[in-house]
Design a protein around this ligand. Sequence first.
Ligand SMILES: [Zn+2]
Length: 256
Amino acid sequence: MSALIDSHCHFDFSAFDDQREQIIEQCKAVGIERLIVPGVDLMQCLALIKFKEQYADFIDIAFGLHPYFLDQQCDDAMNQLAALCRQHRDLIIAIGECGIDRNQPELASQSQLFIEHIKLANELELPLIVHHRQSHDLIQAAFKKVRPKFGGIIHAFSGSEQIARYYCDLGFKLGVGGIISYARSHKTQQTLASIPLALLVLETDAPSMPLSGAQGQDNSPLALCEILSCLQAIRAEPAEQVCQQVYQSTKDIFRI
Ligand SMILES: [Zn+2]
């Protein structure tokens, strides 16, 4: 089996503090060669600089302000984030995690902030890591205002084939995560089975998004193998081709 990359893993979160080295060894043993670690707030982005130094051969990092943490950010957070991204342009491979979440307050300012992230990604010639929750319409409205030039990943994609194709026409790949393991995600499974394979990448979002059967537990990047199996089960292509293509697509979109 060829190598794997977890395109979205919060490996810096404290849930992994006691077992980080062990998980890295286990990942390498099963062919998971790299994790992409997104930014979620300003202080954590700063801390990621050191984290990247520490685990340079195993992780890549992105900087962004996640909609979950916006209420903890100062008014000037976006300006500071932009300055940090410009200063450390060579260290980051994407802008994100950013986006719009209907379960969080202040949708108007979420949208405005997301647009600022798109502008920043365009300026720095970087892809975006996009968080959505019941917000495809708002994400699309933001993309209409400022068109992302370097694509990215629609993280934890769920939705119809029509929505999938809209994103893909704009140069995005769809993040396939633990959702695929749940029987209730029938519609998303159908979408992921029918759109071109080259549009899909794998992710765990660990320690969030445990797979079906592991609800209530912390998720791990090691779950990537099971997510791959779920994807292989619904795709028509040979298993090895699925594995190779999602690996290559992840490298392509992040230019790693
Ligand atoms: Zn995330």
